[in-house]
Design a protein around this ligand. Sequence first.
Ligand code: KG4
Ligand code: ZN
Length: 354
Amino acid sequence: MICLGIETSCDETSVAVWSQENLLKEITHTQISMHSVFGGVVPELASREHLRKLDTLISLLQKELGSDLFSRLDLIAVTRGPGLLGALLVGIAYAKSLALGLEIPIIGVNHLHAHLLACNFSAPITYPALGVLVSGGHTHIYQMDSAHSFILLGKTLDDAAGEAFDKIGKILNLPYPGGKYIDLLGQRGTANSKIFTKPYLNNDNCDFSFSGLKTAVYNFIQKNEIPALNYENLNLEAVPQQVRDLCATVNEVIVETIVEKTRRALALCPKTRTICLAGGVAANTLLRQRVDNFAQTRNINFLAPPQNYCGDNAAMIAYAGIQLARCNQSSALDFEAIPRGQLFPDDYISKPLS
Ligand code: KG4
Ligand code: ZN
């Protein structure tokens, strides 16, 4: 089975082709430099850039994999949501046209589930699993009973973990998106976990709330006169110790909050055999270490995608498409995009691949 994957949910335009168990090629164009001037993703610009780039990336795929690529495709998988509506629509309209023209099935993939299934890129997931999905837009914990059975156990009530990292990065004047820089600077500093309270632990649920943390960090910076950085030529080694220590503390607080909620979710799912950590924030060094350590103490497998497949990519979309197709699932051609905040419908149609 050969599947073309298309991802345009946010600020990466990405295309990829999977053949059975092998990723044949993935090409990603990131829009980070375009949005960094604004300190965040500008939805309208993102959609326009996807429109400008998508067809070029598909042509590059054909160049790499052969001009007969289209005739070899069995399936098209495209991110259906959650994401930015305009951005999603670009990928979906392209994918639908292609599927219609080639007369092959199409699958609208849940972006969050695809992130978690990318743990299979490292080693096979043994089910039941616990899925800890931490990205720029979402922080979700799922019970995963199979590649297509996800039960939501907890989610963020406001900012996602990646959003918290990025907003704190902005306060510190770090390059956008700040998560990676807080990770790198934190590795060069010493955490003091007494400075900030770990947010939203004073309850017994698996939900998150990170929005108060950025305010606490802002107030701390004002009070302690932490120097602002010049990110034009950011030299990590030259960053003042105070800033590195603050980054280490922010890392510690966010990571330990995620570990604690994972511990609670595990109590709800005692049969768990694997903890899957995925999404852009799963690239965080401390988070990978701590969740891995926690899993080891419980004799559970730990899996995360390779660091270069934690962020948005079409390889995970094509892969998820193949997993769904193997269960005879596909989408009707008139499926709609699902923007962030809207419930992802369970409306796959049962259709064996010819
Ligand atoms: O999954 P993703 O690529 O996009 C969404 O679907 O949201 O996640 C992007 C998020 C950003 O907030 C980015 O700052 C964060 O992942 N991120 C990190 C690291 N690398 C990327 N956060 C913390 N530490 C990192 N090393
Ligand atoms: Zn994502």
